[in-house]
Design a binder for this molecule. Structure first.
Ligand SMILES: *Cc1c(COP(=O)(O)O)cnc(C)c1O
Length: 234
């Protein structure tokens, strides 16, 4: 298990895949997901040159933040956020990928206001229709008009900087099957861009260890990669 070697490999793959797709690899950001891994693994990732770290659980992240406070880490919250934890999430994380419902958007916005900060966030969508996945449900394009109506309040929240969209594809043996999901996120982004002209929504956070090549081909600007770099979670 050599994190530095895995990272080198993944970075090469990103570069190659982006190049073949006619994209600039420098416009694709890599967030290394270290959930369920100890702090020394995060440290190894940092030493290998990545400062953007993704975590899913507040308690676990706080523990690592305290141990690694000197390293200038950019902490990304990628997991579902309970309402009771919105204040702490808003205070501790640099970037939030998982704004998945109106209620949490409102709580994070309030918290950010109290902290006197503007929080960079992404809106999470459920495009597969899987009941176990979080996010605004947007599988059926005929629902998008209504969805845009629901999102209007969120788009106007003054302490959230809404940078784009996030999704998680189902797990498939064949990553090619994730392509329609990623393509749909881009299409949804373009739709929302048309509806909210003051929001450019440049970021698409999509692609994990099993499907990041396809995500790059479909326009991902942020990849959230865990196991391919830090090993599988048991
Ligand atoms: C765990 C997780 C990842 C990383 O998954 P890997 O398959 O280990 O790369 C990415 N995004 C989210 C939201 C996750 O929960």
């Amino acid at each position: 298990m050599d994190i530095s070697q895995n990272l080198t490999y993944v970075k090469q793959e990103i570069k190659k895949t982006a190049g073949n797709a006619g994209r600039d690899p420098d416009e694709i950001k890599l967030v290394v997901v270290t959930k369920e891994k100890p702090a020394n693994v995060v440290k190894e990732v940092l030493e290998a040159g990545v400062k953007s770290i993704g975590e899913s659980y507040l308690q676990e992240a706080v523990f690592k933040m305290e141990l690694l406070s000197d390293f200038g880490i950019e902490w990304h919250m990628i997991g579902h956020i309970q309402g009771s934890k919105a204040n702490r999430v808003a205070a501790l994380f640099d970037y939030i990928h998982s704004v998945d419902r109106l209620e949490i958007a409102d709580q994070l916005n309030q918290a950010a206001q109290d902290l006197n900060r503007v929080l960079p966030v992404l809106l999470e969508f459920n495009l597969s229709g899987e009941p176990t996945k979080y996010g605004w449900r947007a599988k059926d394009e005929k629902d998008w008009e209504r969805l845009a109506g629901d999102l209007e309040t969120v788009m106007e929240m003054s302490n959230l900087e809404i940078n784009g969209l996030m999704t998680m594809a189902p797990y498939y043996e064949d990553p090619e099957k994730a392509r329609p999901i990623f393509r749909k996120l881009r299409k949804l982004r373009n739709f929302l861009r048309g509806r909210f002209e003051e929001h450019d929504l440049p970021e698409l956070s999509m692609g994990m260890s099993g499907d990041y090549h396809v995500a790059i081909e479909e326009g991902a600007t942020i990849l959230r990669i865990g196991s391919a770099i830090v090993g599988s979670r048991t």
